[in-house]
Structure formats: C-alpha cells, structure tokens
Design a protein around this ligand. Structure first.
Ligand SMILES: NC(=O)c1ccc[n+]([C@@H]2O[C@H](COP(=O)([O-])OP(=O)(O)OC[C@H]3O[C@@H](n4cnc5c(N)ncnc54)[C@H](OP(=O)(O)O)[C@@H]3O)[C@@H](O)[C@H]2O)c1
Length: 328
C-alpha cells in the first residue's frame, strides 16, 4: 500500500484508511459481528491501512471499545483517530457539545475505552455554535500539551473555521464527506487544506456503499438502517442515482477494477494529503478497498469522473446517523 502523511510533516499513513462506524452503528446494526470486525481491523493493519477512525458517538461508546479490543498488542502500528463533540441521546437525536469542560472529561473516557494512553488524532466531530470555536479548540490544544493526544482535527468545518482554529493551534486534519456523489468540498475546503498542508479525510467515500454498485434497491437495506432515511436512497432519487453508478461501473470494467475501487482512487487523486476512510465489516470488501490505494486512474478517466452529473437528493435531509441533528 502506498503511503502519505497526515498532512505536511504528520505521521505516515496508508493512502486508504478504515472507518469503523458501521461495525457498531448506523448501518445494519442487527448484522453486527464484533468477532469479524476485529479480524477486519487487524487485517487492515497487515495491508497497510493504518489510519483507523472511530468516535465516542458510534454506538455510543461500543465502537471505541471494539477498536480498543482489535488494537490490543498492535497499537503502535496504527494512527488512531477518534472524535468528540457530537453525542446521541436515548432517542438517537445527536447533540453538539464542544464545551471545554466536556472535552476534558470526554478524552479520558475515550482513552479508557480504547485501552491506550494517547490517541494520535482527536477530532472535533462538529463545531458547536453555542461555544466559541477558540474555546473548544483551546481545550483540544491543551490535550496535546498534556500528552493525551498527538494532533487535533476538525470535522465538517468551513474554511473560516479551519482558518480560525489554525491560527490558535495547527489543524492536523479536516474530515468531511467527499465522494463521486458529494463533491462540494472540492470547491473550498480541499484546496484550502492542500495549500496549508492539512490532511483531508473524506468520510463516506463510497457514498455509504451506493457507489460500489452492490446496493441495487433501498429494500435491500435492513430495517433500521439509517440509509433508508437519507434522501438519495429513496424512491425516484435512488433510481436516478443508479445512472451515476452505471457510468462508474462501465469505467471500472474498462480499467479492470471494481466500481468501488474507481470511487476510492478518484478520491485519493484529489490531493497529496487526502486519505479516505471507507467503512466495512467484511474482509472481502476491506481487501478490495485497500487495493484501491494502488490504483492510478489515467487522466481521461479522472476527467470522465469529474464530469459525472450531480447526485439527486440531499446527502442528509433531516436524518443523520439515524437521528435528527439538534440545533443545540
Ligand atoms: N465525521 C463524520 O461526521 C462522519 C460521518 C459519517 C462517517 N464518518 C466516518 O467515515 C467512515 C466511512 O463512512 P461510511 O461508513 O459512512 O461510508 P462508506 O465508507 O462510503 O460506505 C460504507 C458502506 O459501504 C459498504 N462497503 C464498503 N466497502 C465495500 C465494497 N468494497 N463493496 C461493497 N460495499 C462496500 C459497507 O458495507 P459493510 O458494512 O456491509 O461491509 C458499508 O455499508 C465511517 O466508518 C466513519 O468512521 C464520519
């Protein structure tokens, strides 16, 4: 697996990372298989997929515990990333909380669940409009000074927010949705991060599985799978978006790779410090995704992908991770 660094001067990571959310939450929770997921994480390390992403919110908490179990004895081989500042309540409504005192307590919980004494990357899951960013970011920077985290990052932040934070303490990474069907950030955050040597970590780089061509109807998704609530997976939008997948599939066949590998290789091609974190709980998919790190798309293929039509439907609508985002 080819490598890059977590931004200019950052830790070395494989060009493809691993998102662990779906192993515990959001997608097909009834199909959860911790034993298999642990195998996936450990195999990922063998393959050079060294950036491992989780969050306290996933489960909540159980995903960090799972990652901790998987990393026993192998902690030093990975760049371990988790998040703070977004937490579901019992109704699965997600609440933002980026108050300094909350952040200070949350890191200790994450370290305990992960079974480590520091994390490599601690990300603010969402900027909290109720708390000045300087205060949230200052609390995160204090954790670097305390040795509990090595670097800090943002998630779904705007260029203005990244600039403000960067002036206080270096922003190591920004995580946001980026894929062939969500390309908005190419217009602002991706060029900004590239210029400033900040890593950009695309989440849902496979369009939550849609771009692999393996989801052929919304009914195929389990009851309670959060994707059933997302506008792009519903009715006419789902049908219209199949046209996108058909184009990606045709290109993949020409190149002798899979549609998912085309989707990931296109994301990787967006910048030196762009490291997608596709999620899977299956060894077969993990191996396919890892191999995408070594796929070079020729210029005409990249141009063809750049010219794909926009997806039909909002990416979230009112649903996020099975819940509605609280304005708090
Ligand atoms: N910062 C944020 O707010 C935020 C939001 C969302 C996600 N994330 C992070 O980003 C990570 C990835 O995003 P994601 O899981 O939403 O979306 P994704 O990586 O685009 O897609 C994951 C889905 O695709 C399926 N899949 C994976 N590889 C496949 C392959 N080769 N062939 C067919 N299907 C495949 C998975 O199936 P199986 O599970 O059945 O293997 C899963 O259902 C998450 O795990 C999380 O760490 C962050």
């Amino acid at each position: 697996m080819r490598t890059t660094t977590l931004g200019r001067g950052g830790a070395e990571v494989g060009r493809i990372g691993l998102g662990c959310m779906g192993m515990s939450w959001a997608y097909d929770e009834a199909g959860r298989d911790d034993t298999e997921s642990i195998k996936v994480i450990r195999r990922a390390i063998d393959l050079g997929v060294t950036l491992i992403d989780t969050a306290d919110a996933y489960g909540p908490f159980s995903n960090e515990q799972l990652v901790g179990r998987a990393l026993r004895g192998r902690r030093d081989e990975v760049v371990l990333a988790t998040k703070v500042g977004l937490m579901p309540d019992g109704e699965r409504t997600l609440h933002r909380n980026a108050r300094p005192e909350y952040i200070r307590g949350a890191i200790d919980g994450s370290l305990a669940r992960l079974g480590v004494d520091y994390v490599d990357l601690y990300q603010l899951h969402r900027v909290d409009p109720a708390v000045p960013l300087a205060e949230s970011w200052g609390a995160l920077a204090d954790l670097v000074a305390a040795g509990k985290v090595r670097a800090i990052g943002l998630s779904e932040a705007t260029v203005d927010e990244i600039r403000e934070a960067h002036a206080i303490h270096p922003v190591a990474s920004v995580q946001s949705e980026l894929s062939l069907w969500t390309r908005d950030r190419l217009a602002d955050v991706v060029p900004y991060t590239e210029e400033h040597g900040i890593a950009f970590l695309p989440f849902s780089p496979l369009g939550r599985g849609f771009l692999t061509g393996r989801i052929t109807s919304a009914e195929q998704l389990a009851e309670g799978d959060m994707r059933r609530k997302l506008p792009r997976f519903q009715g006419a939008a789902f049908e219209a978006n199949q046209a996108l997948v058909e184009k990606v599939t045709a290109l993949a066949e020409r190149l002798g790779v899979t549609p998912g590998q085309v989707a990931l290789a296109w994301v990787v091609a967006q910048g030196e410090y762009v490291v997608p974190i596709p999620g899977t709980k299956r060894l077969r998919y993990l191996e396919e995704n890892a191999a995408a790190g070594d796929v070079d798309l020729p210029a005409d293929a990249l141009a063809e992908l750049d010219a794909l039509p926009a997806a039909v439907g909002d990416r979230y609508g009112t649903a996020i991770a099975g819940a509605t985002v609280s304005p708090r």
